[in-house]
Ligand binder design. Structure first.
Ligand code: NDP
Length: 296
């Protein structure tokens, strides 16, 4: 069997087009431009790439993009003051603080200082609680993108066995909540899980969010299962030249694709969907803030 490739890049393009069309309508009918503020503290190279990409795509869908690049030494008080200012700025509907933060800053404190209504990453404790209790919330972008691809591929997920490998607050846990919300039978696996291969072999849906290059081999995958690979790992690629790298996921793509029914590639799978969902969340936040109908 050779798996169908779930093309996250193309899907993300469709999501962005819908967002752009809605933004055009908001501008012409309501004279409102959704605004996204991204705050970056320090100069982590990967974070810089993400922030640049987010800013570019925000502008491309017609939204206002504001970037605050702060020195690595920025104090907690100064960062909190900036967030307070953005919370009170009516032209800003979404606020994203790029993680990880430098060690001297308390990530939980910073995230929980963002107004929940503007928390487009969905990491604020209020949004976590709302998601956990099945109420309307801001849903974290990466798991939301995964769910959209799964729904698009399967239609209903009801009754399916889903295994999420990884229990982080930003991917694993919210992913499990979303799958539960769609009536999957959900297992969350992690580094202490006993006999992980057997656990994964039960799954109709496998979501790998571990951060270990190509950790999941094909023989862990049930014939015909859907594999969503969240991992983004940079590994040396001497075949491309000295000092070169390439990106791989948390699953061994070649062997998993032989057994899976469908699989997301890396790059071009979950990654592009994450930013598209950030834009969709910003649009949703803007509509809610203005008492307007939300996009689907
Ligand atoms: P974390 O490091 O926060 O969490 C990793 C999880 O994997 C932990 O729960 C850990 O278990 C578990 N784990 C580690 N080793 C094993 C193992 N040998 N067997 C089973 N479970 C294990 O990572 P994130 O959730 O932040 O990210 C996961 C991956 O997703 C990374 O590659 C990251 O780059 C990528 N990512 C991609 C995004 C995208 O847009 N596509 C967005 C965010 C992340 P334990 O809790 O027991 O330690």
């Amino acid at each position: 069997m050779s798996a169908q490739i779930i093309d996250g890049k193309a899907f993300a393009g469709t999501v962005r087009e819908k967002v752009a069309a809605h933004v055009t309508k908001l501008k012409s009918e309501n004279n409102i431009t959704p605004g996204l503020a991204v705050v970056l503290v320090g100069e982590d190279p990967a974070s810089q790439v993400y922030v640049r990409s987010k800013g570019k795509q925000t502008v491309e869908v017609g939204m206002k993009s504001v970037e605050h690049k702060l020195d690595v030494e920025t104090s907690e008080a100064d960062l909190l003051a900036l967030i307070d200012q953005l919370n009170n700025d009516d032209s800003i509907h979404g606020i994203l603080v790029q993680l990880p933060l430098p060690k001297h800053l308390d990530e939980d404190l910073v995230i929980n200082s963002i107004s929940p209504a503007k928390d487009v990453d969905g990491f604020h404790i209020s949004n976590v609680g709302l998601l956990g209790t099945g109420q309307k919330s801001m849903v974290p972008c990466t798991p939301l993108g995964c769910l959209m691809m799964l729904r698009d591929h399967h239609g209903s997920l009801s009754g399916m066995d889903a295994v999420v490998i990884g229990r982080s607050n930003i991917v694993g846990k919210p992913m499990a909540q979303l799958l539960l919300g769609d009536s999957c039978t959900v297992t969350i696996a992690h580094s202490r899980t006993k006999d992980l291969p057997e656990v994964v072999r039960r799954a109709d849906i496998v979501v790998a969010a571990v951060g270990r290059p190509e950790m999941v081999p094909g023989d862990w995958i049930k014939e015909g299962a859907t594999v969503i690979d969240v991992g983004i790992n940079r590994i040396p690629a001497p075949e491309k030249g000295e000092g070169k790298h390439r990106l791989v996921g948390d699953v061994d793509y070649a062997s998993c694709a032989e057994r899976a029914g469908a699989i997301t590639p890396v790059p071009g799978g979950v990654g592009p969907m994450t930013i598209a969902c950030l834009l969709a969340n910003t649009l949703t936040a803007c509509c809610r803030a203005n008492g307007l109908e939300e996009p689907e």
